[in-house]
Design a protein around this ligand. Structure first.
Ligand SMILES: [Fe+2]
Length: 357
């Protein structure tokens, strides 16, 4: 009989960037042609945002923001090591990395080779800035896949009525996307290694924005390039469906012989995805509703969240969490909120939660 440890973390790329780049997303947003001028004007911002931005463009807040994330990751890593899983399932989004115009599956389980390398700074999101470890573009980080685990998960979900796509290799990029890579790299900030085999589980969290925004700020930087057709990419899997798949995943894992850590990887509301806030600050209020519901184990708030509302609040990536929340609800495991890091200027709310078996 298997056991499952639930964890929730962020994969916020600027965590690995120098201090002066922590607020780069906001700087890009303030310069983007697709953002209305009135939202760019600090006079229109919430008072807490003006206060956080201050006179120094939030430079004085960077250290605290990074330190809280570091504590969250160290805490999650300690729980992971104490649990000593046979393998780890990382549930993350694909931001126009492995999946592009040629195929966008709602979910995908990856059965990767026993030994492979991350190359996090070679291309994509990771290549855009220097990193705090001083690692260059040729840096390789060894990791392990686990095909039998991926096979078992896929088989279990298909038998439970979820027509689950799977892949035994990567498609467009040589290395895993940043949601998965950053999760491992941030859980190993000391660079001691990560010996647990990893089964990445991708969710099409970006849904109606996946091609339009190309996994980032594309819809704001070049708003005229989007055709009417591109403006309406087909939707992401709905919250209720993600939770249902998570519950079935939990059943499959507990019927397996393995101890498995199930890690939700993402920040919650993202400023650049939130029309409700003019794309300038994250929808902090919407995230507060979700964390309160999680603390109260009021799972219907999560299940009944409409995709339209979630996307209006820029909470696309919380769909990754929906699977773990659905799994933990099914297993009756209690959430412990290790940290809920609100910010108005560093693009997104970071949340650290654990669910012990
Ligand atoms: Fe992401």
């Amino acid at each position: 009989m298997g056991e499952v440890l639930g964890l929730g973390v962020t994969h916020f790329p600027p965590y690995s960037w120098p201090d002066e780049n922590m607020a780069d997303a906001l700087s890009m947003i303030l310069g983007a042609p697709g953002v209305e001028e009135r939202f760019k004007n600090p006079a229109h911002w919430p008072a807490s945002m003006r206060e956080e931005w201050g006179e120094d463009q939030a430079r004085g807040r960077v250290v605290e923001h990074r330190e809280r994330m570091r504590l969250g990751f160290d805490h999650a890593r300690a729980k992971l090591d104490a649990f000593a899983p046979d393998f780890v399932v990382i549930i993350g989004d694909d931001q126009y990395e492995n999946f592009r115009e040629d195929i966008i599956p709602p979910f995908c389980v990856f059965g990767l080779e026993d030994d492979f390398d991350l190359q996090p700074w070679k291309s994509g999101v990771g290549a855009r800035r220097k990193n705090t470890w001083g690692e260059g573009p040729d840096f390789r980080y060894p990791l392990h896949g686990f095909r039998d685990g991926a096979r078992a998960i896929t088989r279990g979900l298909i038998e439970a009525g979820v027509d689950m796509p799977y892949a035994f290799g990567l498609h467009h990029e040589e290395s895993l996307g940043h949601a998965f890579a950053n999760t491992v790299l941030f859980l190993d900030s000391q660079r001691k290694g990560f010996d647990y085999p990893v089964v990445p589980f991708a969710v099409n969290a970006y849904g109606s924005a996946v091609l339009r925004s190309q996994g980032g700020l594309g819809h704001l930087l070049d708003p005229d390039s989007a055709t009417a057709e591109q403006l309406a990419d087909p939707p992401a899997p709905a919250p209720w469906r993600c939770m249902e798949v998570g519950a079935k995943l939990a059943k499959t894992l507990t019927e397996s012989p393995w101890r498995v850590a199930l890690i939700a990887s993402s920040s919650w509301s993202h400023a650049f995805l939130s029309p409700r806030t003019g794309y300038v600050w994250p929808d902090v209020e919407a995230d507060r509703i979700m964390i309160d519901a999680l603390r109260n184990e009021d799972y219907d708030v999560w299940r009944n969240l409409e995709l339209e509302d979630l996307e209006a609040s820029g909470q696309h990536e919380i769909l990754n969490w929906m699977l773990v929340v659905g799994a933990m609800e099914a297993l009756g495991q209690k959430p412990v909120v290790d940290d809920f890091i609100e910010t108005w200027v560093f693009n997104s709310t970071k949340v650290f939660v654990s669910w012990e078996p």
